[in-house]
Each structure stands twice: as C-alpha cells, then as structure tokens.
Design a protein around this ligand. Structure first.
Ligand SMILES: [Zn+2]
Length: 603
C-alpha cells in the first residue's frame, strides 16, 4: 500500500515521544528531555555534518514555522543547503563487492590510509561477522592503522529474527571489532521483510530497536543503513518510517536511506529525503547505487533536501553499476555547492588518491571518470586548444588544479604549432622555432610509421625533450636478447647488457613473456643504481598489429602503462619485431619514470 500524510503509523511505543526512556540504558550520557541527537553530543565531538544538521534544525525551529510534524508527508520548506556533510566511504565493504575487485588485508590497510589522507569522516572497514579477512582487518587495524581524520566503522546487520540481541552472533562480532562506531543494515521495505526475511513487520521493527539498543549499551556509535528504503517508502511509507523511528528512539546517530537497487531518480530522492528530514530529529544519511546513472546526482539532491551524511566509494566502486563516486560527489558539494566535505586544502588530493587507490585495488583508472580521469581535462588540436590558451574556462567546467588534475594538450600529427607550444609550456620546456619544426617533422614521420603519440604521453614528452638537445643519460644499451623456451615451465629469458656511467652491467631474468623478462633484466641490471625503479610498476601492456603502409608486412605497436603510485604514464614502441617494439616502450617507460622521480643520471 502507499500512503500520504496523516495515515502514517509510527508503530507501538511511539506515543512515548522521541527521547530515551524505554527501559533501555543509553549509558551515562543519557539525558531525559532531549532528542536522541543531543545524546551523542555528550559522547563524542559532533562531526561537521552533525553540527550542520543541528544548526539547520535550530534554524527550522526559530523560523516561526510549526515544529516538524510527527511523521513524513506534512508541510515543510526545503531547507537551505547544509554548511557541511560527513563523507562516509564504503570502498572496503560495499565497494569490494565489485566484480574482479579483491583485496588482501594488507591492501585494505593501505586503502584505509589513503582515505584518511584524503580526509573522509568515516571509513567502513568491512563486515567482521561475515568473513575472516574482515575480522583480521579489524584485529590488525589498531596496531597497523593510524587514522588522523577518519573514524573506523564496522559493518553488520541487525539481530536475526527470533533471536535475542545479546545472543546474536553478528552483533557480538560487531562489538568485538573494537571500532568506536558501527553501521548496521536493516530491511526497511515491507516486500523484503515479507518475501526475503519471511517474518512479521513488527518483528522487523523489533530487530532494529533491539539491535540499536544493544549496540548503544555497548557504548558504540550506531548508524542505521535502511536497506531498500526508497523502494520501500514508495510502496509502504508507514512501515519504512517505523524502521527509522525505532532506530532513532534507541539512539542511532544517523538514519541512512539506501537506494539498494539504484533505480531511484533525483526528483524522487528530493521528495522522500525532505519528507524524512521533516519528520525526524536525527541526522539523515544517504547511500546510492548507480544503476540509473544517478548516484552522484541523487546524493546532491539528498543534500539539498537536508541529508548531512553521504556514503559512497572513491572511484565509484561497487557491485553492478557501482556506488556513488565520491571523487565526483566531494568536488560537486565542496567546489560547486559550497558545502564542506573533506578539509578544503585536501581537495587537491582527490586525483592522486583516486589513482593510488585504483593501483591498490588493481583496476586501471577510467580516463573518462569525472574530475579525476586522465582525459577529462585533455584537449585535442584545433579550435579548442587555441581558445583554451586564451581563456582556460572556455572548455573546462572548473580549474583542474583544484582537484589535483591538470589540463593536458593532446598532441598528434594533426597538431599545429599552437598545440605543440602549449604542450611544451605545460612540460616547462622552451622550444625555439627550429626545435618546433623538427618536432613537427618527427611527429608526422613517426605517426606515419605507426606511432600514436596521442595516447603515449610519456614518449611524447621524451620526444619533445630530445628536440631541445636533451639526451637521457641513465643508461646506454649495448644489447639485449630474449629467448622463448618451449620447455615445461614456458619461461621467457632475457639478458640485457647496459652501461650505467662507465660501468658495464650484464643481467639476466626470467619472465612470463618478453616484456616481463626484459623488465626483470633491466631491474636486475640497474635496480641497485636507481632504487626509485622499485616504485615504478608496469600496469598494462597492449599489442596491436598494424597493416604496414607499404603492404609488405605487418608492424607491431606496443603500448605500456606504468605508474609510480600517483601518476600513470603511457609509452610506445613500433617495429616489425614485437620484441624491439616492446623494448622501445619499456626503455621510454623507465627513462620517463626516473625523470619524474627527479633521479640524477648515473646516480
Ligand atoms: Zn550498497
């Protein structure tokens, strides 16, 4: 059934009011006569989002409007945008549901460090009751994870139907996780209670009340993830509201409305969040999935309607279409709507942190990802580049430096002098007119041979540098040799002979293919002279066979993506011989990486 306004039923017990006093102990901070929100202020400093929520409620009360009616659906004004929201990252829990994403405990600790470095308010670390890996994460976190700004949160569910909270295993795991805060999921849609849980609506409400009360009595801060809330609210608002009411009455800190199937649209979000905001004293949070392509838009709509707690994942990881991408939600809120999220001076960490986390979870970053993608401030030759040279806001929605990204001019054989000059300026190189002509000639010749510099920023930079007379001095190749072996191990062996300074070094390595073996041999030869090589990793290797322009044979193009953890660069090699093409791309990758690390030649 669907209902509007006065038919809402807040369920048994509600006539006692919002305050505690249902016979449950809320600990020493319990204070009669105040709403649940004020309970928490005694226990821990309010987060920025909670303070903002309190201000907004204060404003609503003093604006002469009638006090919020008891239940959603009554008249209310849309609140002005809050001053701040709390950013709750769930990469380590919900994000890890993504197909192909698998994290070791070490990886999880490193991701948490990055999220803290970024400055999110809460990091959901995992589900300690559901898998041993997450239990180990919470066991190791106190000793191995030092958090500066973030609070670690353990995830779980309410007690099971028909089980006492103190006997429930999931709740016990949550207490044992040892975090200051926990987030529990509860079914808040009638259909899911009846069909999936196969229990009564009253028992579903009791499961929430008992679980929140139990966790609060164990001195834990509690967030309630109301699963399938938006769909449930549309079908039976009264029941979905009872779930929230039970959590609020027992002292949950934030009521988090989840769009679990990701099908809700912004105009529905605005209406439903505003309704909940108007009917409750507690902080309202939201959790969106991106199945309709609206997760970020929905998060913004929710904040405009009063939500001050926003969940999501850096890079939008998550099952199916993913969770709301915090790499976009954060700058949209902070830079466009002037709502505080992470500390202002850390917003420029967004791009490096997003790429670093992509590296840790071992999923190549999406170049078209808003704000942080490698291509999203890249401009191709022609009208755009000359216009953008005059006015940077001509084709950019904001200054890329604000989010730690940068304007990039994409150079190809189509490039004119102006594009090339911009690219050189971007790299801090001065090209005189002779150098410029020589680069343009080289570009045209090389692209004709099959090079494609538009995608190979690393090799392009080396080409531009060499046009100024620069030569890499890190090593000089004498020779390399690759032997593919058809023995049982199928290992490929590579030997390289190089000079570093005046020293001649010969090294051999095995690998699972020519690039891997060559890479191993280069590292074996030069690793001790250039320790920074240890930070440079090859992340992708692509081979494409091109038809030769002359039709006499095929040419192979090799692209290698490398990273030092912060930035990823691409280098290229082209030859009729795949090993030679691979060597060119590999050598460029290493030279570029050492150059980026500021390593002096011959060190
Ligand atoms: Zn989710």
């Amino acid at each position: 059934m669907s209902s509007d306004g006065p038919t809402l039923d807040d369920g048994p017990g509600h006539t006692h009011g919002h305050g505690p006093g249902h016979g449950h102990s809320h600990g020493p901070a319990s204070d009669h006569g105040h709403g649940p929100a004020s309970d928490h202020s005694h226990r821990h400093p309010l987060t920025a989002g909670q303070e903002s929520h309190a201000h907004a409620k204060e404003r609503d009360r003093s604006s002469g409007e009638p006090a919020p009616a008891d239940g959603p659906g009554h008249q209310f004004d849309l609140p002005v945008l809050p001053e701040a929201v709390d950013v709750f990252d769930t990469t380590l829990r919900d994000g890890s549901q993504q197909e192909g994403l698998s994290l070791t405990v070490d990886d999880k600790l490193r991701v948490a460090e990055q999220l803290d470095h970024l400055g999110v308010t809460f990091i959901e670390g995992g589900w300690p009751g559901a898998n041993p890996k997450d239990a180990e994460f919470f066991a190791r976190a106190p000793a191995e994870l030092t958090l500066g700004t973030a609070t670690l949160v353990a995830f779980g569910s309410t007690r099971r139907a028909g089980v006492r909270a103190e006997d429930d295993e999931t709740l016990r795991h949550l207490v044992e996780a040892g975090t200051p805060a926990v987030c529990i999921v509860a079914k808040s849609s009638e259909m899911h209670v009846v069909e999936a849980l196969r229990t009564s609506l009253d028992e579903a409400v009791a499961m929430v009340a008992d679980s929140v009360a139990f966790l609060r009595s164990n001195d834990l801060r509690v967030f309630l993830d109301a699963e399938h809330f938006f769909d449930g609210f549309k079908a039976n608002a009264a029941f979905s509201t009872r779930i929230l009411r039970a959590a609020e009455e027992e002292g949950a800190e934030a009521l988090v409305l989840c769009d679990t199937n990701g099908g809700t649209l912004p105009h529905e979000v605005e209406r439903i969040v505003a309704s909940v905001y108007g009917g409750f004293e507690s902080q309202v949070g939201v959790h969106f999935h991106n199945d309709s392509g609206c997760a970020v838009a929905n998060s913004l709509a929710a904040v405009a309607a009063g939500a001050t707690h926003v969940q999501g994942c850096v890079n939008g990881y998550g099952e199916r279409a993913g969770n709301a991408d915090l790499s976009a939600t954060i700058p949209d809120l902070s830079l466009k709507l002037n709502v505080r999220t992470i500390p202002a001076e850390r917003i420029e960490r967004l791009t490096p942190v997003a790429h670093h986390i992509a590296e840790l979870v071992n999923i190549p970053p999406n170049p078209q990802q808003p704000f942080v993608g490698a291509s999203v401030f890249a401009h191709k030759a022609g009208l755009h580049t000359s216009a953008i040279a005059r006015r940077s806001d001509a084709y950019e929605h904001l200054s890329p430096e604000l989010v730690g990204n940068g304007t990039r001019f994409v150079v190809s054989e189509m490039a004119g002098r102006s594009t090339l000059a911009l690219k050189a300026a971007e790299l801090g190189l001065e090209l005189d007119s002779a150098a410029m002509s020589s680069v343009l000639d080289s570009l045209k010749r090389l692209e004709h041979e099959g090079y494609h510099f538009e995608v190979a920023d690393g090799s392009l930079e080396l080409l531009l540098r060499s046009s100024t007379g620069w030569e890499q001095q890190y090593f000089e190749l004498e020779s390399y040799r690759v032997i593919a072996d058809h023995s049982a191990s199928r290992a490929t062996e590579a030997t390289v002979k190089v000079f570093v300074g005046t020293e001649r070094i010969v090294a051999t390595a095995e690998g699972n293919g020519p690039v891997n073996a060559l890479d191993g041999a280069v590292r074996a030869a030069m690793g001790s002279r250039y320790p920074s090589l240890a930070d440079i990793h090859l992340v992708d290797y692509r081979v494409r066979v091109l038809d030769s322009a002359k039709g006499t044979g095929s040419v192979t193009r090799v692209l290698i993506d490398s990273t030092d953890g912060d930035r990823t660069w691409t280098t290229i090699g082209v030859s009729e011989d795949i090993i030679e093409a691979s060597w060119q791309a590999l050598a460029d990758s290493i030279v570029y990486g050492l150059l980026r690390a500021g390593v002096p030649a011959g060190a």
